[in-house]
Write a protein that binds this ligand. Structure first.
Ligand code: A2H
Length: 269
């Protein structure tokens, strides 16, 4: 963090059928008919997208809904991205947004926003994961000052994701507060084998270290560092078209493929 520019892959997670609350909130935006709405999740690990189980948002962040740049393909409906204001400003400078957007339109205090809480429980479609539907769920440790404020969840390889999922699984009061039900909490998927840790590295280490909640920052940072390093240097993909390849050899290729198929966007900050 804070050492020069960081490249993120923004994964496009399409809202499938909005809940009644989400539909009502979205209707205020007057989007054109047939508009597709994507939560865009910033990740450093595109090669783990085979293991996505849900999409995290922060319930108290007010997100923007911004149109993307025309692709020149007339048949393609305009696509809208849900992200923080800060990341929308960066996207504007990186040519990711439609020409109709300006610094003024993004900064305007009058600009309508979408509360994260209103999206919780929506089913969505994420690329590469075998789950046909993943759900939008609350994560309290999302920072508004990093990435897009949307995080995709890969609990097999991201300790933060696994622990946040466990919080929801174990705490009925937390689920009830946000209208989350057990069927929205999908199981971690074994996607990368790490010789030292097995194929559910984050799960194994989070359990070994007895991490109790998503606010157990110190332990989480230790485990995160370890899984990240081992995954990158020793990890081998178990699934998908690059099964059998080392993570470090195919990370860029998975990213490129997602970008080429318009399922992801490269973003810097
Ligand atoms: B990573 P760095 Cl499998 N708030 O993606 C909190 N966390 C955020 C965030 C935000 N606003 N924006 C992105 N992130 C998460 C996958 C992943 C990630 C795996 C393993 C490790 C990992 C699936 N979640 O990150 O501070 C996103 O989670 C550990 C480094 O910029 C993103 O990549 O280094 C990562 O943190 C970016 O964190």
């Amino acid at each position: 963090e804070g050492v020069g520019p960081q490249e993120y892959t923004l994964i496009k997670i399409e809202l499938a059928a909005p809940t009644a609350t989400a539909a009502k909130a979205l209707s205020a935006f007057d989007l054109p008919k047939g508009a597709r709405v994507f939560l865009v999740a910033g990740t450093l690990r595109p090669e783990t997208m085979y293991g996505q189980t849900n999409c995290w948002i922060h319930p108290d962040i007010n997100y923007l809904v911004v149109p993307t740049a025309s692709t020149g393909d007339a048949a393609a409906a305009v696509e809208y991205l849900v992200c923080t204001r800060r990341s929308a400003r960066n996207m504007l400078y990186q040519g990711i947004l439609a020409d109709s957007e300006t610094l003024e339109s993004i900064e305007s205090p009058a600009r309508r926003r979408l509360r994260g809480a209103d999206l919780i429980g929506c089913p969505a479609r994420a690329p590469l994961t075998p789950y046909e539907r993943v759900y939008v769920l609350p994560m309290m440790t999302i920072k508004e000052t990093k990435g897009t404020g949307v995080v995709t969840s890969v609990p097999s390889d991201a300790p933060d994701d696994f622990v946040a999922l466990q919080d929801l699984r174990q705490k009925a009061a937390l689920r009830d507060k946000f209208g989350v039900t057990m069927d929205m909490l999908l199981d971690p998927l074994p996607i990368i084998d790490i010789p030292e840790l097995g194929d559910l590295a984050a799960v194994t280490l989070a359990k070994e270290m007895k991490i109790q909640s998503q606010n157990d920052r110190e332990k989480l940072d230790l485990v995160k560092e370890r899984v990240y390093k081992l995954g990158f240097y020793d990890g081998v993909l178990k699934v998908g078209e690059f099964a059998g390849s080392r993570v470090q050899d195919v990370k860029k290729r998975v990213q490129q493929q997602l970008v080429d198929t318009r399922q992801a966007i490269v973003y810097m900050e």
